[in-house]
Design a protein around this ligand. Structure first.
Ligand SMILES: NC(=O)C1=CN([C@@H]2O[C@H](COP(=O)(O)OP(=O)(O)OC[C@H]3O[C@@H](n4cnc5c(N)ncnc54)[C@H](O)[C@@H]3O)[C@@H](O)[C@H]2O)C=CC1
Ligand SMILES: O=C([O-])CC(=O)C(=O)O
Length: 274
């Protein structure tokens, strides 16, 4: 833990030691100039022991209140349903919260007011997506439409509430099947562990009700693939990303790297990209 009050290192706390949290812990443990990992909050310390044992530096297991006290920036990498309870103490303390479960922000807009009230900040990284720099720039003018088409290996969609509620089977597919067509807001409700990216896109652009999404369960892809088309008065954008899965088949490897890139930029003397 950083006990030196004169250090200018950014003190980082992580909540959740799954695919993203463990990747971040390993990266920070290996050392990034100006960034110091001060602790982690987990649900199950016994399950965390394996990851923690392989770090070079001992990492403090803290409860959420202790983590908030010790950190300048807390990174939420936990299940979406926990976002409000994780965000509350961080934002009430006027600190910065990096949100990976960005889909859950739509159900908790009060968190933005909380951040405003206490001088905190919610940071949504580009995560498993691309191009949010160009979309936010386009949003300074007029964006006419935003459309995203996602293709996922069926196993990355298993258990999504929308599929269960609508009795949509994705077992044994031998060709792509469109399983959803609707807005980013509807997708966030129906696929809370799968489509954070479209919510981030919608918040960067024209909002969750006007951002259109199709989801395909596609047995021919091994990567989560997102195609985005934006039509604006400044530019037309067509962008694709093919994400190599991490330890969690729902989560692209690039997600954790996006958080590292965001943190590196925070105090950097040269900052590239919007
Ligand atoms: N914004 C984006 O681009 C992306 C966001 N995500 C989202 O990021 C979040 C994390 O993703 P993964 O690491 O892949 O998920 P994961 O399922 O691998 O890990 C979540 C971890 O949180 C832990 N956890 C559960 N309850 C907890 C509690 N009360 N306190 C602390 N930890 C707790 C679980 O034990 C698990 O280790 C998910 O909500 C996921 O949907 C994932 C990929 C891309
Ligand atoms: O948005 C998400 O939660 C995950 C995702 O689609 C990806 O990793 O490609």
């Amino acid at each position: 833990m950083n006990t030196n009050p004169y250090s200018s290192d950014l003190r980082i706390g992580i909540v959740g030691l799954g695919a993203v949290g463990a990747s971040l812990a390993r990266t920070f443990d290996a050392g990034i100039p100006g960034i110091r990992l001060v602790g982690i909050t987990v649900r199950n310390p016994e399950r965390a022991a394996g990851v923690l044992a392989n770090l070079k530096n001992p990492l403090a297991l803290l409860d959420l209140e202790e983590l908030v006290q010790a950190s300048d920036v807390v990174i939420e990498c936990a299940p979406a349903a926990l976002l409000p309870q994780i965000a509350l103490p961080v934002l009430s303390a006027g600190k910065k919260l990096v949100v990976l479960s960005s889909g859950a922000l739509l159900e908790s807009p009060h968190l933005i007011d909380l951040a405003r009230l206490h001088g905190g900040q919610i940071l949504v990284p580009t995560g498993a997506l691309l191009g949010l720099d160009a979309v936010t720039a386009a949003a300074e003018g007029v964006i006419h439409s935003v459309r995203m088409i996602t293709r996922k290996p069926p196993r990355g969609l298993v258990g999504a509430p929308y599929l269960l509620e609508n009795f949509i089977s994705i077992e044994g597919l031998d060709k792509p099947k469109r399983v959803f067509k609707g807005s980013a807001r509807e997708a966030a409700r129906g696929f809370p562990a799968n489509l954070n990216v479209v919510v981030a896109l919608s918040l960067a652009g024209i909002g969750p009700d006007r951002t259109a999404l199709e989801i395909w369960a596609d047995p021919s892809v091994i990567r989560n693939t997102h195609l985005i088309e934006v039509d604006a008065d400044s530019a037309s954008l067509t962008m694709t990303i093919e994400n190599i899965p991490s330890d969690n088949p729902r989560t692209g490897r690039i997600t954790a790297q996006s958080v590292v890139a965001l943190l590196r930029k925070m105090n950097a003397p040269l900052r590239i990209g919007t």
